[in-house]
Design a protein around this ligand. Structure first.
Ligand SMILES: Nc1nc2c(c(=O)[nH]1)N[C@H]1C(S)=C(S)[C@@H](COP(=O)(O)OP(=O)(O)OC[C@H]3O[C@@H](n4cnc5c(=O)[nH]c(N)nc54)[C@H](O)[C@@H]3O)O[C@H]1N2
Ligand SMILES: Nc1nc2c(c(=O)[nH]1)N[C@H]1C(S)=C(S)[C@@H](COP(=O)(O)OP(=O)(O)OC[C@H]3O[C@@H](n4cnc5c(=O)[nH]c(N)nc54)[C@H](O)[C@@H]3O)O[C@H]1N2
Ligand SMILES: [Mo]
Length: 766
């Protein structure tokens, strides 16, 4: 039996940032033995002459701070620049059966992959192979397979150039099966915003933070997951801009911040209060809260009209630019306060307080993350934010708009250059003209569809351009056995993870350069580009020596696989492209001229360049040519269980990140801001729920999914930690809890797994 260390829980009373952050950076540089390259590399992080942080997708300013990185960006850099190596000698010592018993932390802790490897079933080990042999054998396998039975997954890091090549490879091979991590993340944004305002991405830029009057913040843990944004938030607070937060947890980064780069703040007890109002909404209660805000605005507007005062709503904007307002207003008026309060977990007076600030502000931005998108009605959540913004014309003026905080550093850009399962989203004609092959018409598989295909045996092959698919997806316990029936599994990766350890009949593990390393092709250091959360495209270059001579660039690996797989005579110059990325950029410019014309020169400018966002000019590329008010279909975001009739022993579980991880990469066992150290095996609960259900703080419990009881989904034991969280709600860490999320429990339309609302029951661990 596994012995779980006792959790240490000490409420964290300091601000986020500050000395705790500086200490944490030193610790990881030391542990990864990255002092040789780390500090020098950090100076170049997110700088115009340097590399894009491999951590989050938050915007990189044209005029960066002296040190333009955060605690978690520095951890990501140290993790990649580690001098530790997972070499063929390591694999000679360990079978895959043995490595499957290791934790996520231990697997990645052995350092960077250094040689191309092929799995040998006879010895149950990875063995060294040559690149040429790997390409030849993988190409031969792919040639025998039905293109639609192969999935080309991307995890959101690879550059625009590599991503463009990757989707061309998949399509020239004959499939649109191009899911990416976005399918588990902000796809609810892409679907919702496209329908509501005609663009799949956010509408604000970094400069908007300088002009805004008010920020609303929903379901994003900025202190851990996009800490560089704290600079913009702190600056806004210094101008007295109110920040109104909706989050079930009181996240430290959203409460107080000390800038670790400011000597004065570091040496004095000064810290900035970030949120001026903090509303601990119930899990899945945002649509109701947003409807409540809209209800107050309508009431205020009615009253203003009665009293002959200036209107609260922007009626001119609504008339000129939107459609569907009357129906939306009627629905909002008809909804009872009692329903709003019950579903949101917030009082009418709390919502009135928030709405009053909104009504007073001329330029409002709404910022959000996984707390909104990863629900059954995640798309609706996003559209409710838009509805609220539309009521006061908060689009197309400086300081206003919508700001989804994207995850992986190039996840938005990958979609922009064609990594999407939907061929309607790519310029098919231009691709066919330029590259002389027929783009398949059939819709490809998104992540959930790919998983269903694997379970049903329809998907036979999987290529992973980064990521840790098997750990990131839901329903782990059902997916792992099915995964091992695959014919082909090819993983392009920097470090070892669990997805590499469940062998298919034919399996390769191909080591690639990380972003921070110098990528020399024919002796010339290459540059490449990414797109951040604000639609800004930047050029970058690596600044550290590669981990070893055998490790290849992702672009070169994609080209090698394409050349070995596709029939000879292709119009795509794979070899030329992988030797000189400026040629790929020319091709990207030809296929996407509106966004990427003159890419070579524009991306080199400090601050990069912005893709055009029609909404910013109040142009609406929707079906009606107007911005749409979209009616919510329900206020219960997770209607697999109705909170009004929720069995009393069922809790809504959200699965989330600690401050010491990047997705499935676990840097350590500390969640400093939440006061946890020494373990990840915990469940956060309200003390009344603990008592009501007959448990005690510190006890070990098993978690069982409370929907579809005929399939047993269980995780544990996890230790109960009494925590400031709304009653009826619970929280625990991803990816450990992924076995609890049924594959079908995903957002309507976007198919993003509903990882933030899993109904569970608890039982005492035996
Ligand atoms: N250091 C670090 N940085 C990262 C990552 C990482 O793992 N580590 N991951 C990257 C990726 S891929 C992504 S997508 C982003 C993820 O960044 P986030 O969007 O911050 O994702 P989570 O950690 O899952 O946290 C979600 C937040 O939503 C809140 N929440 C949960 N349910 C609800 C709800 O129903 N309503 C509301 N209003 N709030 C809710 C939680 O309390 C938590 O604060 O970060 C990126 N950056
Ligand atoms: N329950 C639950 N599940 C979730 C979530 C949740 O909040 N709750 N969040 C979802 C979200 S938002 C996301 S984005 C997904 C993340 O899903 P993924 O993107 O698939 O997972 P990561 O953990 O980011 O992938 C880490 C691996 O990527 C490889 N890697 C790192 N850098 C590079 C590189 O530069 N190149 C290459 N080729 N490989 C590299 C390393 O081998 C590392 O082990 O998980 C999703 N799953
Ligand atoms: Mo993500």
């Amino acid at each position: 039996m596994l012995i779980y260390p006792k959790a240490h829980f000490h409420p964290y009373t300091h601000a986020s940032g500050g000395w705790g952050s500086a200490q944490s950076v030193m610790k990881i540089l030391w542990r990864e033995q990255a002092f040789a390259k780390g500090p020098r590399a950090l100076m170049k992080q997110n700088k115009p002459d340097g590399f894009a942080c491999v951590s989050c997708a938050w915007a990189k300013p044209g005029k960066p701070h002296a040190l333009e990185f955060c605690e978690n960006g520095a951890k990501a850099t140290a993790w990649e620049l580690t001098s530790l190596k997972t070499s063929p000698a390591f694999f000679a010592e360990h079978t895959l059966s043995e490595l499957r018993q290791w934790s996520d932390y231990d697997l990645e802790q052995h350092g960077r992959l250094t040689h191309p490897l092929r799995y040998d079933p006879a010895t149950d080990r990875y063995q060294e192979t040559t690149w040429e042999q790997a390409y030849r054998e993988i190409g031969a396998q792919l040639q025998t397979m039905q293109p639609d039975s192969v999935v080309f997954y991307a995890s959101g890091r690879a550059s625009l150039e590599t991503s463009f090549m990757y989707q061309l490879f998949a399509r020239a091979y004959g499939t649109n099966n191009l899911p990416d991590s976005s399918n588990m993340c902000h796809e609810s944004t892409s679907v919702g915003l496209q329908e509501s305002i005609g663009v799949p991405v956010g509408s604000v830029t970094l400069e908007d933070f300088e002009h805004t009057d008010c920020l609303f913040f929903f379901g994003q843990n900025v202190g851990s997951n996009a800490p560089r944004m704290l600079h913009q938030l702190q600056d806004a607070r210094k101008r007295d801009v109110p920040i109104i937060t909706f989050n079930p947890l009181r996240e430290r980064g959203l409460e107080r911040f000390v800038n670790p780069q400011s000597p004065i703040e570091m040496l004095t007890p000064e810290s900035t209060v970030i949120s001026t109002q903090y509303h601990q909404v119930a899990i899945g209660g945002d649509s109701a809260a947003l409807l409540g805000l809209a209800k107050v605005l309508l009431e205020m507007d009615d009253q203003a009209q009665r009293e002959g005062r200036a209107a609260v709503l922007d009626h001119t904007f609504i008339a000129q630019h939107t459609q569907g307002f009357e129906a939306f207003a009627a629905l909002v008026r008809a909804c009872q306060w009692q329903t709003v309060e019950c579903q949101s977990g917030l009082s009418r007076s709390a919502l009135e307080a928030a709405a009053q600030v909104y009504a007073r502000s001329e330029r409002v931005m709404m910022i959000y993350g996984m707390g909104l998108t990863q629900h059954r009605h995640g798309v609706q959540n996003v559209q409710m934010l838009v509805n609220l913004l539309l009521m006061r014309g908060n689009f197309g003026k400086p300081g206003a708009g919508i700001c989804p905080v994207r995850g992986h550093s190039n996840v938005q850009g990958q979609r922009t250059v064609g990594i999407t399962e939907d061929p309607k989203k790519v310029p098919v004609e231009l691709i066919e003209q330029h590259f002389g092959f027929k783009v398949p018409e059939q819709m490809g598989l998104c992540t959930v569809d790919a998983c269903e295909g694997i379970l049903a045996g329809r998907v036979r092959g999987f290529i992973g351009l980064g990521g840790n698919f098997l750990r990131a997806i839901p329903d782990t316990s059902r997916m792992e056995p099915a995964w091992q029936t695959l014919q082909l599994n090819v993983q392009i990766a920097t470090k070892l993870n669990r997805t590499h350890l469940l062998p298919a009949a034919h399996q390769w593990l191909l080591p690639c350069l990380g972003r921070i390393e110098i990528d020399r092709q024919n002796g010339v250091a290459q540059t490449w580009a990414t797109e951040d959360s604000t639609g800004c495209i930047h050029g970058w270059r690596g600044s550290a020596e590669p981990v070893g001579p055998q490790v290849r660039a992702e672009a070169s690996i994609v080209a090698g696989l394409a050349l070995a797989t596709l029939p000879a005579g292709s119009k795509i110059d794979w070899q030329g492209w992988s030797a000189d990325y400026s040629q790929v950029r020319t091709a990207i410019g030809a296929i996407y001229p509106q966004i990427f014309h003159d890419m070579e020169t524009r991306m080199a400018e400090p601050g990069g360049f912005h893709r055009p966002i029609a909404v910013a000019r109040r142009e609406w590329l929707t079906h009606s040519g107007k911005a749409q008010f979209v009616l919510p279909s329900t206020l219960n975001e997770d209607d697999d269980v109705n909170p009004e009739v929720l069995p009393r022993d069922v809790l809504q579980l959200m699965t989330l990140r600690s401050n010491d991880q990047f997705n499935t990469t676990i840097y350590g066992y500390e969640d400093r801001f939440r006061g946890i150290s020494g373990t990840r095996e915990v469940i956060f609960m309200h003390r009344n729920d603990i008592a009501r259900l007959g448990f005690e703080n510190g006890q070990g419990v098993m978690l069982t999914t409370a929907i579809e009881p005929e399939v047993k989904r269980q995780v544990g034991p996890l230790e109960i930690v009494a925590y400031d969280i709304p009653e009826g709600c619970a929280a625990a860490y991803y990816p450990e809890c992924n076995p609890l999320v049924p594959l079908w429990h995903h957002a309507e339309r976007s198919k993003v797994p509903a990882a933030k609302s899993v109904p569970i029951r608890l039982s005492l661990a035996g």
